[in-house]
Design a protein around this ligand. Structure first.
Ligand SMILES: [Cu+2]
Length: 139
């Protein structure tokens, strides 16, 4: 392989490593308790990576769901056991992560479309108990 080709490949690898354009990551921390989110309204920029950290300060398990949202690059540290949802309902949530009592988990995503999206906890009865919020995606 000619020297020049190697240099170009090395440069390409470098650029890919930092995502081409250096995009700032929005970091948000929230706490889930029995039965509320500490930050019921979260605002994030569209098209930029977000890291959401949720600590479960409650006595029971909690999760974080957005049913329908246009997202990419989603990675959850714990999306919960499959049996976690009510039998007969196997919803496909666009965003979902889960934290056991006392644990801290993270969810990474990039939201693509500005708008307001409802957040809720899908553990049975929690949404009804008021465990809801909203994610606002801005331009
Ligand atoms: Cu909950």
């Amino acid at each position: 392989m000619p020297q020049k080709t190697i240099i170009i490949l090395a440069l390409a690898a470098l650029l890919a490593g930092c995502g081409g354009t250096a995009q700032p990551t929005t970091e948000i921390s929230l706490e889930a308790s029995d039965f509320a989110y500490s930050t019921p309204s979260i605002t994030v920029p569209a098209g930029q990576p977000v890291t959401l950290t949720m600590h479960n300060a409650g006595a029971v398990e909690h999760d974080f769901v957005i049913e329908k949202i246009n997202v990419t690059d989603v990675q959850a540290s714990d999306s919960g056991p499959a049996a976690h949802h009510q039998v007969g309902h196997a919803p496909e949530y666009d965003l979902h992560f889960f934290a056991k009592s006392g644990e801290t988990e993270t969810l990474e995503f990039t939201a693509l479309e500005p708008g307001t999206y409802q957040i809720f906890c899908s553990v049975e009865g929690h949404k009804e108990a008021g465990m809801i919020g909203e994610l606002i995606v801005v331009e």
